[in-house]
Write a protein that binds this ligand. Structure first.
Ligand code: PML
Length: 267
C-alpha cells in the first residue's frame, strides 16, 4: 500500500436496528471499488436489505499511521456451542478475566446486549474483574475502527487462510479487528460471536494466546451476537482507551501463524 490512505467506513440499519458494518484503509485508487462493495454488502445482507446506510470516506494523516503484526490464529474443535462457550470461558479466565466478568459478558451477548435485546452496533466494554459494563452508550457501544491490512499482508493472509479453508470476510475482518483491540493499552481480552444468523463461529483474543476461534459459539439461526472488550481499569482511563480504539490508525503489515484445528487439550 503506497501513498496517502483513506478510511472507508460503512454501517447499515433496518428499521432502526443494526444490520452490518465494515471498514477498510486504502489508497485513493481503491476507494471507489471498496465503497461500492460495502454498499452491495449492506443491500444483500442475510439479516435483510438495509433501509438506511451510512458511508464515510476520509483521508488519514500519514503521520498518524502506526504499524503492527497480525495476531496468530488457532481453531479449536468444538462439537457444539455449549462446548464452545465452556472452552471460551476457560480461555478468557486463563487470559486474566474473572469468572464473574465472563459470565456477565456471555449473559449480555446471549440476551442481546443493546437495549431491547438486539445486537449492539459496537462492542461492550466490560470490567475484567467485576463484570460491569463501562461503555458510555449501551446501544452504540464502542467501535474498533481505522485498521486494515497492507495490500501485501492481505495477499499473504488470504493464501494462508485458504490453505485452512478459512478465507472468508468474517475471519479476515475479525482477525484485523481483534489485532487492533489487543494493541490497545488496558485491554485484557476480547470475546466475539457473530450476529449473522448463518454464521455460528466466534473467538477469544488475548495477547498470550492470540486469536483462538471456535466453530460454534451460538446456535444456528441466532441473530444475537457481538463483542465484549475486557478492560483492566487499573491500567487505563476509559476516555483515552475509547479514543484509541475508535480513532487511532493501525496498518497491519505482517501476518502471523494460521494454525490448523487442534483439540482443547493442546492449547
Ligand atoms: C462476524 O463476522 O460477525 C464476527 C465473526 C467472528 C468469527 C470469525 C471467525 O470465523 O473466526
Amino acid at each position: 500500500m503506497s501513498g496517502d490512505l483513506f478510511s472507508i467506513r460503512m454501517h447499515s440499519n433496518l428499521e432502526g436496528a443494526h444490520i452490518s458494518g465494515c471498514e477498510r484503509l486504502a489508497p485513493v485508487d481503491r476507494v471507489e471499488s471498496l465503497a461500492a462493495a460495502m454498499v452491495r454488502r449492506a443491500l444483500q445482507h442475510p439479516k435483510g436489505q438495509a433501509d438506511c446506510l451510512s458511508l464515510t470516506i476520509e483521508a488519514v494523516s500519514p503521520a498518524s499511521v502506526q504499524t503492527t503484526s497480525l495476531l496468530d490464529l488457532t481453531t479449536i474443535r468444538a462439537a457444539d456451542y455449549h462446548q464452545g462457550r465452556r472452552m471460551a470461558a476457560e480461555l478468557l479466565q486463563r487470559a486474566g478475566v474473572s469468572a464473574l466478568a465472563v459470565a456477565s459478558a456471555v449473559g449480555y451477548m446471549a440476551a442481546g446486549a443493546a437495549p431491547g435485546g438486539t445486537s449492539m452496533r459496537g462492542a461492550m466494554l466490560v470490567d475484567a474483574v467485576d463484570g460491569t459494563r463501562l461503555e458510555p452508550d449501551p446501544s452504540r457501544g464502542v467501535r474498533a475502527s481505522r485498521m486494515d491490512l497492507s495490500e501485501s499482508a492481505e495477499t499473504e493472509l488470504r493464501q494462508r487462510l485458504a490453505l485452512r479453508g478459512l478465507d472468508n470476510p468474517h475471519v479476515r475482518e475479525a482477525l484485523v479487528l481483534a489485532t487492533k483491540v489487543m494493541s490497545a493499552p488496558g485491554i485484557v481480552a476480547e470475546l466475539c460471536w457473530s450476529d449473522d444468523p448463518d454464521y455460528t463461529a466466534g473467538y477469544v483474543a488475548s495477547r498470550e494466546y492470540g486469536y483462538v476461534r471456535f466453530a460454534h459459539l451460538k446456535p444456528h439461526g441466532e441473530e444475537r451476537g457481538g463483542r465484549a472488550f475486557f478492560v483492566c481499569r487499573q491500567e487505563v482511563e476509559l476516555e483515552p482507551l475509547i479514543a484509541y480504539l475508535e480513532r487511532s490508525v493501525l496498518l497491519i503489515t505482517e501476518v502471523g501463524e494460521i494454525g490448523g484445528p487442534v483439540d482443547w487439550e493442546d492449547v
